[in-house]
Design a binder for this molecule. Sequence first.
Ligand code: ZN
Length: 380
Amino acid sequence: MATLSQQVLYADLFKDKVDRLTNIDDYAWGEELFEFPIIVFTKGGKTIPKYKSIYQSGARVGLITINPLVAGMIEVVPALYEPSSKRIFIKDTQFNKYWIYLRESIKIGIDNNYNYCVEKGIKNPEDIVDLRALWDSCQEPFIKDGTIQYKVRKQEKNSREQRKRNRQSKIDNPNNIYFYSSNENGSRRIHDKECKELNYITDGSFTGSPDVPDGYILCPKCKRQLMIRIGCHPNTKQIPVCSRFFQKHRVSTAAIQKMIDRGITFHATNMSIMTINGIEDTWQIRAAGEGVSLWHNNYVRVSDTERYITDGFHKQNCKGNMSYMLNYIEGYTWKKHLEGEARKQSVIKAKPPVIVNEVENTKPWYSRLFDLLKKVLKVR
Ligand SMILES: [Zn+2]
């Protein structure tokens, strides 16, 4: 039994509308389309061969369909018809907007032209839709719930997953400290592994390394965290404590970076002591309330110039805030310590000896005259 033709059913409604269709060359009822392949395109037809000439020679057509939800029920779908190949071109956005209605119209045409369609292998309205212009190397289009959707192609899916795994293994590699984009046109900033800016780097260009790559600068957002991570490497769990310790005692990012640049490392498992591995010596900064004290590793002196470091710490006479103490630590080497001692010694040696005459000179003039007379006259 034939399905009722929309062209017949809605002829009067269409008459009301047709006079106002000034922007099209011609029109076709949706139910007539079963004979014409529908090409869905995107990006201005760039993916369709010779689209420019198709566009120039083609006719602007309106495809008539029924939408019971709009006033007048007639819906006109803008399309381009190429007479030489009898193909219809519809933009993907228009397709997504109207396909749900247009397919119903085409279905009527298929039902009413059963033999022709069976011969051509057309069972459903989707069988006349050609989505090849939407394909690319990564994704494959398909129609679902009346709109075009995309699935990632299997090969692409595999390589995408591989790239994701590669990224994760770079993050997990304990030797990697700096993370950045290897894309030459990308950002030249290096990041801490937890920096949110990393989300903007694609898996394919995501890189990690133990050294700062040439031409890169530290990201200002994660620089402090990165410096602290390097400073307490490989004790990642200490990062939050060290971070709070520096924060509480107002140590600047520049001061932390200065330590890192000098190869100084630090460790803290709680907020009362931070141990600092200085240039040669080990130090502790012990917190007492809001203030801090500096402690230096004990050592035994075996000669004027030699020593060996032993267990324990002694309090250093160093007054100031934590930044001041860090400066002190950065400036300390055993050699400098000995040089300091030598300078002190030479100052002591260079002090003028006490001269008796000088003491005499301090006597008043009459005393000195009397002494002189005593010497000359040998008065007893
Ligand atoms: Zn960052």
